[in-house]
Design a protein around this ligand. Structure first.
Ligand SMILES: Nc1ncnc2c1ncn2[C@@H]1O[C@H](COP(=O)(O)OP(=O)(O)O)[C@@H](O)[C@H]1O
Ligand SMILES: O=C(OP(=O)(O)O)[C@H](O)COP(=O)(O)O
Length: 400
């Protein structure tokens, strides 16, 4: 894989595919970790005289403009972090993008509007994705991939665009891959993987391969309920991936056969209502055993017994990889599970990796020192798929 040091960038229009998918409260960025992670690459390219065009997705808009998912706040924050003007195009490949890019002088920076405002970005149809990649390619001379959090996506800006332009990996990708590579090649055991979060359908599938690699798998957060359902328990209105129930049963059976410890919550915090994340008004919740979730309630965090159980399973680990908050940590009443797992990582003497936009944000927002962890990865799904041993489309596209 080439790095940006292999590119002659002075005077060139350099397209940087970043992952600026940051958590927002309205237009306020609640954690800017992903912007800080890619800022050095952007600064380096600008210092070397490139005309830097930064592009990213934010959230999951439906292939059309949606102001709630605008990248304008991220562009403004990037400008603050770099201490310089950053232009913003109000579209991705249209009139605004063309004129903003045309106006860039050497060393200047522009951010394009959300890539996913265009259906071609995420299309499963090669021709539709390719047509969008052609329009992106017309804006630039060179391509730098530094959106590690999205390299597992076969999307136009991640997979198709590097085939159309001379390309290289940015510094963030180089660092991320360097750390994760060590985890696949020389993992110290016991190796514990803790999973949670809300992207249940995406991430359940990684368990298949992790069963071949990890010694213990702990599952909390929104991921847990499909397993609890598979064990025959009522999960009420909790997050559930019904079509994955048979697969989960298979994972549990294979774990037993292989001697992999598979640890599910034994108690959960439940409520009839999803909490108000804006006002953070006190929630009306109860604690129940994991096999006694009332039919009209949903599980929103792991309970106290599970916090202790998970911590005990992490305590003697030599390697821990954690992706996905254990509960709806954005509300203080449902943050204790995530706090307990973060603390357990800090208390273990092993090498600890936290991966994922929300997991990394949770660690910082809950007051932990991010430097106390072995590595904080900007990608959750991306790092999990890398650890699975999968070929990631956005990394494969950078090979020559
Ligand atoms: N039991 C739960 N029910 C609903 N959402 C949950 C639950 N537990 C965690 N979450 C949510 O999961 C989200 C993060 O999930 P995800 O995007 O998969 O993590 P990451 O970005 O770290 O990969 C958080 O917004 C959190 O509120
Ligand atoms: O937030 C992200 O991934 P993550 O939640 O797995 O860390 C990336 O920005 C990818 O976003 P996507 O899962 O909507 O493709």
């Amino acid at each position: 894989m080439k790095t940006i040091d292999d590119l002659q960038v002075a005077g060139q229009r350099v397209f940087v595919r970043a992952d600026l998918n940051v958590p927002l409260d309205g237009t306020t960025i609640t954690d800017d970790g992903r912007i800080r992670a890619v800022a050095p690459t952007i600064a380096k390219l600008a210092e070397r005289g490139a005309k830097v065009i930064v592009a990213s997705h934010l959230g999951r808009p439906k292939g059309a403009p949606d102001p709630a998912f605008s990248l304008a706040p991220a562009a403004a924050r990037l400008g603050e972090l770099l201490g310089r003007d950053v232009a913003f195009a109000t579209d991705t490949v249209g009139e605004s993008a063309r004129s903003v890019v045309a106006a860039l002088a050497d060393g200047q920076i522009a951010v394009l509007e959300n890539l996913r405002f265009n259906a071609g970005e995420t299309s499963k149809d090669d021709a539709e994705r390719g047509a969008f990649a052609d329009r992106l390619a017309a804006l630039a001379d060179l391509y730098v991939s530094d959106g590690f959090g999205a390299v597992h996506r076969k999307h136009a800006s991640v997979y198709d665009l590097p085939a159309r332009l001379p390309h290289a990996a940015g510094d963030l990708i180089a660092t991320e891959v360097g750390v994760l590579k060590k985890l696949t090649e020389d993992v110290k055991r016991p190796y514990v993987v803790a999973l949670g979060g809300a992207k249940v359908s995406d991430k359940l599938a990684v368990i298949d391969q992790l069963l071949e690699k990890a010694d213990r798998i702990l599952v909390g957060g929104g991921m847990a309920y499909t397993f609890l359902k598979a064990k025959g328990h009522e999960v009420g209105i909790s997050l559930l991936q019904e079509d994955q129930v048979p697969a989960c049963l298979g994972y549990l059976a294979r774990a037993e056969k292989r001697g992999v410890e598979f640890v599910l919550p034994v108690d959960v915090l439940v409520s009839a209502e999803f909490p108000d994340l804006k006002t953070k008004a006190p929630a009306d919740f109860g604690t129940v055993d994991a096999d006694k979730i009332p039919a009209d309630q949903e599980g929103l965090d792991i309970g106290p017994k599970t916090r202790e159980l998970f911590a005990s399973k992490i305590a003697d680990a030599e390697t821990v990889f954690w992706n996905g908050p254990m509960g709806v940590f954005e509300h203080p009443d449902y943050a204790d599970g995530t706090k307990a797992v973060a603390q357990a990582l800090l208390d273990s003497a092993g090498f600890t990796v936290v991966g994922g936009g929300d997991s990394a944000a949770a660690v910082r927002l809950l007051g932990f020192d991010e430097n106390a962890f072995g590595h904080i990865s900007t990608g959750g799904g991306a790092s999990l798929e890398y650890l699975e041993g999968k070929t990631l489309p956005g990394l494969a596209a950078l090979e020559d």
